[in-house]
Write a protein of this length. Structure first.
Length: 143
């Protein structure tokens, strides 16, 4: 709770084996920092990070700044909504909604036994899918 989200990003690419390629990194505006962009660019993935609404151009003294400034120019020219559709960023919000639903079933595990914790964790998505199926309307064609 004492650390911001953006301080975690520089360590994440190192957790992926060097022989595996990272295609894209999608993150929200909290990760729009020079440190995050530099850590992402080092492994050659495409960063998809929206620029904050009051974002300004950076001095182009590193590849991360050039990529970020290009994103800023595209956002200003086409608009944020178009940029999100064009890059696929809008799919991230769907994932965030599902994670919120998952967290609504309690963030902590109740079981102490690791086997029971596994069952508890795996039962949450199954329960979410079942509730979604119950709430989905059944359409029957008449005539």
């Amino acid at each position: 709770s004492r650390e911001g989200d953006s301080s975690v990003i520089p360590d994440l690419p190192g957790q992926v084996p060097a022989d595996e390629q990272i295609g894209t990194v999608i993150a929200d505006g909290a990760y729009d920092t020079r440190r995050c962009h530099t850590a992402i660019i080092e492994r050659n993935p495409v960063p998809i990070i929206p620029i904050l609404k009051n974002g300004r151009t950076w001095k182009e003294n590193c590849p991360a700044a050039r990529d970020r400034n290009e994103t800023l120019r595209a956002t200003q020219h086409y608009g944020r909504a178009s940029w999100k559709r064009w890059t696929g960023y809008h799919a991230r919000s769907r994932i965030e909604i599902k994670m919120r639903c998952l967290k609504s079933f309690r963030e902590r595990k109740m079981a102490r036994n690791p086997d029971r914790q596994t069952v508890e964790i795996l039962s949450r998505p199954a329960l979410m899918n079942r509730l979604n199926a119950l709430g989905t309307a059944e359409i029957i064609r008449v005539a």
